[in-house]
Design a protein around this ligand. Structure first.
Ligand code: AHR
Length: 440
């Protein structure tokens, strides 16, 4: 808040803005989540003192509406991220969603575009990506759908009105990670109106080795979902290219949602990001959930205390340190058996991307207590210089806290041998690693 003693820019904490910007998030989803399914956007615009304080149904809480659409746009601009809005397809209407598109994107002299101007924003925000609802399959969701057919019909009704206001927007339909029949129905019936089918996944593996392996199961689910989307497109004669948006994912354990994440969670996060690089072209958007304090990358306290958790560092090794193009890569490593997945899991996993003269290799070592010697062979690329950065800890359970905010941080690797089209290095146990190589 603007009145706070904590350093802020128009009410946004400066430490949080700086930390989020450093990750270079291309896109940020708002206002939820379950929250979105009972949120009425008109409550959150206009003079703040006139905004209603309401009972919040999704989380049995109170919503003051002090942070609404214009604040989100301002925050997104300050961070340098593209805003993505989830409309209320729970207890909201297609008309309300279309009015929101008008408020954000229209240059007409009609009611909601005029309202935006009245509240001081003459230029449209041009929000490109919108999702029609959140987890509409869930009985916990305000206004859930009973099956995929109902969700498809609801998606069509919303898309119809939203696209009339702005035909250029990209729309996301609700898919379900646990029910491919639902996904098939949504895409077969509503596929011509959506650009992505979204799925979510939260995990709570029973041990560190299972946590480190878990991203591979998620990758299988995402590949299957993409395959089902393509079959449904064929069956429904859908010409629109529909991709998968993995727009909520994280670990989520029993207990409070405000909690500290561990180095093991960072290994899961690094493995998931490697998996998402492998899925480029199929899963073309992914959004970690969430950002601050709840299932967080960043912890804050009202007295100004602040720190980031090991998962934040995993993101830092990717966001600003990945190339535009994903490179084909094969890797070989000893394996261990995952009971949860019923398969062998490589201790080492890797992906590589390139931009201009730089190649970025991301590596995880899932092993609980053994370092690994790694040889990277680069076809047609001689590295003149290179660096190795990693996040790890004394044990996979290590975490930061308000008392020890810097226990886990990114460290610089000390030795790396660069040869003709090869690089050799040692990666620590339970670690996420970035190797940045530059051509001479
Ligand atoms: O991220 C917490 C909640 O998890 C989200 O609000 C909801 O979409 C999901 O079930």
């Amino acid at each position: 808040g603007e009145g706070s003693a904590v350093p802020n820019e128009r009410g946004f904490r400066k430490d949080v803005l700086k930390a989020v910007s450093a990750l270079r998030p291309p896109i940020t989803r708002w206002p939820g989540g379950n929250f979105a399914s009972a949120y009425h956007w008109l409550d959150g615009v206009g003079p703040r003192e006139e905004r209603p304080k309401k009972f919040e149904m999704a989380w049995n809480s109170v919503e003051t509406n002090q942070f609404g659409t214009d604040e989100f746009m301002e925050w997104a601009r300050a961070v340098g991220t593209e805003p993505y809005i989830t409309v209320n397809a729970g207890n909201g209407s297609p008309e309300e969603a279309a009015a929101w598109v008008e408020y954000c994107n229209s240059e007409r002299d009609t009611r909601y575009a005029e309202l935006r101007r009245k509240y001081g924003h003459s230029q449209p925000y041009n929000v490109k990506v919108w999702s029609i609802g959140n987890e509409l399959y869930g009985r916990w969701q305000v206004g859930y759908c009973v099956d995929g057919e109902e969700c498809a019909r609801r998606t069509l009704e919303f898309a119809n009105e939203m696209r009339r206001v702005d035909p250029s927007i990209k729309l996301i339909g609700v898919g379900w990670d646990e029910d491919q029949d639902w996904n098939y129905k949504v895409v077969k019936t509503a596929g011509e109106q959506i650009d992505y089918l979204s799925v979510h996944r939260y995990l709570h593996p029973p041990s560190y080795p299972e946590l480190a392996a878990a991203s591979l199961g998620v990758e299988d689910m995402l590949n299957t979902t993409y395959g089902v989307v393509q079959s449904a497109r064929r069956a429904g004669g859908i010409k629109r290219d529909v991709k998968v948006a993995f727009d909520e994912w994280n670990v989520w354990y029993e207990g409070p949602m405000e909690r500290d994440a561990t180095v093991g969670d960072a290994v899961f996060t690094g493995s998931m990001l490697i998996g998402l690089e492998r899925l480029a072209g199929k899963v073309t958007m992914a959004n970690f959930a969430q950002l601050v304090n709840v299932l967080p990358l960043i912890r804050t306290r009202d007295d100004g205390a602040f720190y980031v958790n090991p998962q934040y560092y995993a993101f830092l090794l990717f966001g600003p340190n990945s190339g535009e193009d994903v490179l084909p890569i094969t890797s070989a490593s000893p394996t261990y058996y995952s009971k949860e997945l019923g398969r062998a899991v490589p201790y080492l996993d890797a992906s590589a991307t390139a931009s201009g003269e730089a190649v970025y290799v991301h590596l995880v070592n899932r092993h609980e207590d053994e370092a690994a010697r790694v040889t990277i062979k680069l076809s047609g690329f001689n590295a003149a210089s290179g660096t190795h950065d990693y996040v790890s800890g004394q044990s996979p359970g290590d975490a930061n806290s308000f008392d020890e905010p810097n226990k886990v941080a990114v460290q610089r690797g000390q030795e790396m041998e660069l040869g003709a089209q090869t690089v050799e290095l040692t990666v620590p146990p339970h670690s996420v690693n970035l190797v940045t190589l530059k051509r001479g």
